[in-house]
Ligand binder design. Structure first.
Ligand code: KG4
Ligand code: ZN
Length: 368
């Protein structure tokens, strides 16, 4: 770890995790996460108002915990990065407001960054600099996309995405039908290990010859699984939960890995990065490994703790922004719940965000 590499603090509040990470270049120094997931569990999904309030309460203690864990002072930071979108508007706003306040008070440059690009960039903390271009399969509760990233700080191109449910959403919905609680991914992953993935032939969405090669669809699969379960229940038969979990999971990861490897081949990219909460899935990791090896593609998947939402991923992308001299954001930065994936960060209108410049900005901008 070189002392001249940028020291950046990253804040993530796009959903239900208040994440604060600190990195120096591509080295992870701290990864503090406070999750409100348990508070949402009884509602069967994330309740935006509850998430926002939880972020507000956790923000300052989580920042302090991260600074302590990293053993650095806020004064030494070279920048503050924050997820400005996409995500839940009210939740994002808490992180963006906090980042602006710290940037203003400390006189540090501010970088509003894209949540999806951060999910890709986090792998640098585990496997070193990302090859360029990188092919990325991003699968989470809110997104399922195939992205080609020639430069993670400035050029991210969407090749395909889900046309209905995200992969994680499908896991969460099927878990609800099976009364397994929320979030559904981890418990389905666990039960599937004891089930037979070939026992029920569930449909593979959008895999016909005339279908878009890189788009995904999981709503037909979800309906098919729900109907299968209902038919068993209506007939008074027991539902083989482990077999259903394994067969459903196999249908999802089969399509994800097949399309991702095909994209690598079509685009001539010899490695694949998988990120987002669903990348924690053990069967997805195993099947991707198997298919990549067969296709001569190198696979990079961060450890599960870095796949789910966290602040380290935001800090990782922020550090890359500093290292590549990308223009910081203004203090006018706002949360953008639908920030396009093609915008890895939100550069300000001003040329350089120096200490003097920060003090010229009226305090009102902090609340815009
Ligand atoms: O990236 P993430 O933490 O938050 C979003 O940005 O959405 O992803 C959360 C999603 C949830 O839908 C959860 O069920 C899923 O990731 N997930 C999993 C696993 N762990 C988390 N899905 C499948 N298998 C897992 N082991
Ligand atoms: Zn995410």
């Amino acid at each position: 770890m070189a002392a001249d590499e940028p020291l950046v603090l990253g804040i993530e509040t796009s959903c239900d995790e208040t994440g604060v990470g600190i990195v120096r270049g591509t080295t992870l120094l701290a990864d503090a996460v406070a999750s409100s997931v348990d508070t949402h569990a009884r509602f069967g999904g994330v309740v935006p108002e509850i998430a926002s309030r939880a972020h507000l309460e956790a923000m300052v203690p989580t920042i302090e915990r991260a600074l302590k864990e990293a053993g650095v002072s806020a004064r030494d930071l070279d920048g503050i990065a924050v997820t400005s979108g996409p995500g839940l508007a009210g939740a994002l706003l808490v992180g963006v407001s906090a980042a602006k306040a710290y940037a203003y008070a400390l006189g540090k440059p501010l970088y509003g960054v894209n949540h999806l690009a951060s999910h890709i960039c986090v792998d640098q903390l585990e496997h070193g600099p990302l090859p360029e271009p990188t092919m990325a399969l991003l699968v989470s509760g809110g997104h399922s996309s195939l992205l080609l990233a020639p430069d993670i700080t400035s050029d991210v191109r969407p090749l395909g995405a889900t046309i209905d449910d995200a992969a994680g959403e499908a896991f969460d919905k099927i878990a609800r039908v099976l009364n397994l609680g929320f979030p559904g991914g981890p418990v389905i992953d666990r039960l599937a290990k004891e089930g037979d993935p070939t026992s029920i032939a569930f449909p593979r969405g959008l895999t016909g010859p005339r279908d878009a090669p890189y788009d995904f669809s999981f709503s037909g699969l979800k309906t098919s699984v729900a109907r299968w379960i209902e038919a068993r229940r209506a007939a008074g038969e027991e539902v083989p939960v482990r077999d259903v979990a394994a067969s459903f999971q196999e249908a999802v990861v089969d399509v994800l890995t097949r399309k991702a490897v095909r994209a690598c081949k079509d685009e001539g990219v010899d490695h694949l990065m998988i990120g987002g909460g669903v990348a924690a899935n053990s069967r997805l990791r195993a099947l991707a490994e198997e298919r990549c090896e067969r296709a001569g593609v190198r696979l990079r998947v961060p450890r599960p703790g870095l796949c789910t939402d966290n602040g380290a991923m935001v800090a990782a992308l922020g550090a890359e922004m500093v290292a590549r001299n990308r223009r910081p954001s203004d203090l006018e930065l706002s949360a953008d719940s639908s920030l396009p994936v093609t915008e890895p960060h939100v550069p300000g209108a001003h040329q350089q965000h120096t200490h003097d410049h920060v003090h010229e900005i009226s305090k009102d901008n902090l609340y815009s």
